[in-house]
Ligand binder design. Structure first.
Ligand code: PLP
Length: 405
């Protein structure tokens, strides 16, 4: 069976946590017991109808699911397409990240963990984790690079209000990568009592699988909402790709629908040179990062390169292994759009639909607009992964508000 056929049949990841040649587990010996325990606990929980019913009840009453599917008549007219939006911006805390954070926090509780650790770059995953931990009643420790603590002060305050302890990391590059290293060190020191709440569909097995399972709720909802409201499946589903969790959540339920194209949109930053973008699938090559084989942005010596994007949530040099396989098999296509194209798309969506998407999500809108220009008249489903209120500080510097100097 080909890897794509296995994926469609629901048989990936395989027993070793692989998606074809990608995925797996590249971790120090000291983490093996904790990871094995996590895999067993997650499999048990997800197969337990009663536990799932509890998760669904929390997703409904606390997160606000199902999120709406919104028709976008003005974008449709402007682009010559039929455009529909899956509104994760309306989920609690303003993005899809809460689906995963809540699911893992409930899993931690079930597995008897006494504390939860997380790492965060821009702070969005930290806020979702802090909220979910407060809800399930477990202490939350968030590792965050000292540089990011400085840059993302409002999110640090949000996490603290939600009861989390924020630990600034002053080693290494003092950003996300150093924070991940520190969180792993913490986990090794107490692998049984501590649960590591990972924020995207990356990392060693079972995380890419677990995060996909928890985020697929958004794609399952969108699929049945399209059938109900549009009377058909979309011709294409479009999502932005950082680590790839919102995109895999949207794509996965459509993987077996051969007529539904999948389009991932990466951050093209301000150029195609190393360090100018974070378009991992478009410009990356195979390698191992954070315990997982996937595509990475690296130089000729295999050194992982610092990436750039105007949207902090897409600014990561790796991508989830399932996306690497979807790209390799051609089941999904990946394109990059620039910072400026994302900013234009953000403003167009605001003006035409009265919706302020996150800068990350705006990449999906920009990619969808390009797609529509080449495929007139098609039905397009866009994953609006989050709301843009958090981005006002960046927008103030990037957009001319006509207020003079
Ligand atoms: C974090 C974030 C992303 C990128 O993360 P993925 O794991 O690729 O989904 C995209 N959109 C929003 C709104 C985010 O907060």
């Amino acid at each position: 069976m080909t890897a794509l056929a296995a994926l469609i049949a629901g048989e990936l990841p395989d027993g070793r946590g692989r998606f074809g040649q990608f995925g797996g587990r590249f971790i120090p010996e000291t983490l093996v017991p904790a990871i094995n325990r996590l895999e067993a606990g997650a499999k048990e929980a997800l197969a337990d109808a009663e536990w799932r019913a509890g998760l669904d009840a929390e997703l409904a009453s606390w997160v606000g699911r199902p999120t709406p599917l919104t028709h976008a008549p003005s974008l449709s007219r402007a682009w010559g397409a039929d455009v529909w939006l899956k509104r994760e911006d309306l989920a609690h805390t303003g993005a899809h990240k809460i689906n995963n954070a809540l699911g893992q926090a409930l899993l931690a509780k079930r597995m008897g963990a006494t504390r939860i650790i997380a790492e965060t770059g821009a702070g969005q995953h930290g806020v979702a984790s802090a909220a979910a931990c407060a809800r399930v009643g477990l202490p939350c420790i968030v590792y965050m690079g000292a540089v990011d603590v400085e840059r993302q002060a409002p999110n640090v305050r949000r996490m603290k209000l939600l009861g989390a302890t924020v630990v600034p990391v002053t080693t290494g590059d003092q950003t996300l990568r150093a924070a991940i290293d520190e969180a792993l060190r913490d986990w090794v020191s107490d692998p049984m009592g501590t649960f590591y709440l990972l924020g995207s569909a990356v990392g060693p097995h079972p995380y890419p699988w677990l995060v996909r399972e928890l985020q697929s709720v958004l794609g399952r909802e969108a699929r049945s909402q399209m059938l109900r409201d549009a009377g058909k499946l979309p011709d294409v589903a479009v999502a932005c790709v950082g680590g790839g969790s919102n995109a895999i959540g949207l794509f996965h339920p459509f993987v077996g629908d051969a007529d539904v194209k999948l389009l991932g949109v990466e951050a093209g930053g301000h150029g195609t040179g190393l360090g100018e973008h974070s378009a991992t699938v478009a410009y990356g090559s195979p390698g191992v990062l954070h315990g997982c084989k996937s595509l990475l942005i690296q130089d000729d010596d295999g050194q992982v390169i610092e990436t750039h994007s105007i949207s902090a949530g897409l600014d990561y040099p790796g991508v989830g292994p399932e996306h690497a396989l979807l790209a390799e098999t051609g089941r999904a296509e990946y394109i990059a759009v620039t910072d400026d194209e994302a900013l234009d798309a953000l403003q167009e969506c605001c003006r035409l639909e009265g919706i302020l998407p996150a800068l990350e999500s705006s990449h999906a809108f920009a990619g969808a607009r390009k797609y529509a220009a080449e495929h007139p008249g098609e039905t397009i489903l866009i994953g609006c992964s989050g709301r843009g209120d958090k981005d006002l500080g960046i927008l103030m510097n990037a957009i001319d508000f006509g207020e003079g100097a």
